[in-house]
Design a protein around this ligand. Sequence first.
Ligand SMILES: NC(=O)C1=CN([C@@H]2O[C@H](COP(=O)(O)OP(=O)(O)OC[C@H]3O[C@@H](n4cnc5c(N)ncnc54)[C@H](O)[C@@H]3O)[C@@H](O)[C@H]2O)C=CC1
Ligand SMILES: O=C(O)C(=O)COP(=O)(O)O
Length: 616
Amino acid sequence: MASVAAKPLHLPAATAGELSSLTPYSTAASVSFSSPRSQSSFLGLRLALPLKTPCFRKRTEGRGLRIEAAAAARPTVLVAEKLGDAGLELLRGFANVDCSYNLAPEELCAKISLCDALIVRSGTKVTREVFEAAKGRLKVVGRAGVGIDNVDLQAATEHGCLVVNAPTANTVAAAEHGIALLASMARNVAQADASMKAGKWQRNKYVGVSLVGKTLVVMGFGKVGSEVARRAKGLGMHVIAHDPYAPADRARAIGVELVSFDEAISAADFISLHMPLTPSTAKLFNDETFAKVKKGVRIINVARGGVIDEDALVRALDDGTVAQAALDVFTVEPPPKDSKLVMHEKVTVTPHLGASTVEAQEGVAIEIAEAVIGALKGELAATAVNAPMVPAEVLSELAPYVILAEKLGRLAVQLVAGGSGVKGVKVVYKSARDPDDLDTRILRAMITKGIIEPISSVFVNIVNADYTAKQRGLRISEERIFHDDTPEIPLDSIQVQLSNVESKFASALSDAGDIRVEGRVKDGIPHLTLVGSFSVDVSLEGNLILCRQVDQPGMIGHVGIILGNQNVNINFMSVGRTAPRKHAIMAIGVDEEPDKETLKKIGEIPAIEEFVFLGL
Ligand SMILES: NC(=O)C1=CN([C@@H]2O[C@H](COP(=O)(O)OP(=O)(O)OC[C@H]3O[C@@H](n4cnc5c(N)ncnc54)[C@H](O)[C@@H]3O)[C@@H](O)[C@H]2O)C=CC1
Ligand SMILES: O=C(O)C(=O)COP(=O)(O)O
């Protein structure tokens, strides 16, 4: 069936213009969107993080209406570890703040279902049980620091909970602490201090080693590692680094050569650890590694205790393989009181103080408070750990397309006969942009949300969209088609195709047999522009009735009278035809949901061959 031009019929009804101007809008500080029907689940871009209790008000503006989130109930933020005052102040300006420190795991689980956000440092384990106990209310976990190894990211993602961290504010503090440990270990400062305080004067016992000219290996050349490298070079050390993922030119710019792991450990006089704790770095320093190091190496760990096999380190210290160690972090914190490692005379220890400077704690508190508030407002956090980071300007530009994407998904799935048999989804983006200049991750997430939510009880957002699709066996493929237009406009159209399904509205099937709906953004408003092979033109707001009919005069009036008699307001109508007086599709936007009787009457109009009611 050939695709034909749409014949949009703009109804004069006052509400038509009003409703079609339900535009998403952005405030100065944020990009957030609301939609009258899917408000509470509009996490997707509101950004996947709506409060569960939003309320909306209509505001007359010129001829149209805008719907905006009115002051929602204040969210509750649980601060489970000591946070700087500046951050607490920011949080209190926006939310109810419950500072409850040292909670036992079961106490945390008991509280969490009353909280929209949780802020922790390294001392709180945010386990799967916590996310389960949250019962869907927890929207964001803020880690006031860098390492997120204490947060079960997989569980967070599965529960649609955003995790944000504060990755920059404590970098210098951690690097300075690393240098402090390096220098104090080399000169036995801690041991000599303890000895003097015990009344001794042991000048011969505490002869140290010099740093100048020694080779320092920085393991993990990220933010902290590179700051340590800079400082160590200032002390006259020869610095090399190992980091499988760091760009060599960044290292070169600091005058540091990146080498292999084995090269690094065999050359090192000192090794300073600055990588995250992940499955691949856990116990990276073990008996096997210590067997390869230069005898008498000294190790500093300000990263995570778990990257060292602590028993192996004790053995290496005992047999002199490792001359000394300076440790700020431990596999279990606090470590057991009788820990051989902590008590070892060749070991200098601090109780995880890397980030603990006045300046860093102030900075981290502000950084995490801003990230958590932003997330609760629905903005995509720049420090999101388990969601795509999309720059604000990209978000702002894609805003109406995000709404279009969700509505197309929602609409397509409602056209499926039987409900949930969707397995294959193809999304076709028509755009004048270079594919690299069009980030479609959010659009894909919103289409996924639109497809899954109407047929399940799952709450889908930008955080868990890909995971949820995979869980349900939903394969989503994307295709870009070049559209010869100005690249200023990100997209010409989005088409959603559902393959291998039957439709309750046969006209929605394309010639290839898949359900096919396409939409465009016109003047900032998402429009449905194609159903199956029929072109239509109807703004995607409220509800939609699609009818296939024999194209003949009087049809619009006929349907309009039935709906009018039931006080159902039509806000938009569009007719797409194959050829005059043959078949046509009528797309009718209605404000209210017609009752069954009314729908039945429409179906009984002799010229109507099939019809379907779709909630958007
Ligand atoms: N003791 C403390 O209070 C503090 C500890 N930290 C810890 O320091 C570590 C580094 O933090 P940042 O520099 O901010 O993180 P970052 O993400 O900027 O740097 C980590 C670097 O480690 C590299 N890496 C990953 N796997 C590696 C491997 N197998 N071998 C070598 N390098 C590897 C990454 O490529 C990255 O460049 C983290 O574990 C963090 O939790 C950070 C701040 C304070
Ligand atoms: O930021 C990090 O990774 C740290 O280890 C700092 O931990 P803390 O916030 O001091 O418990």
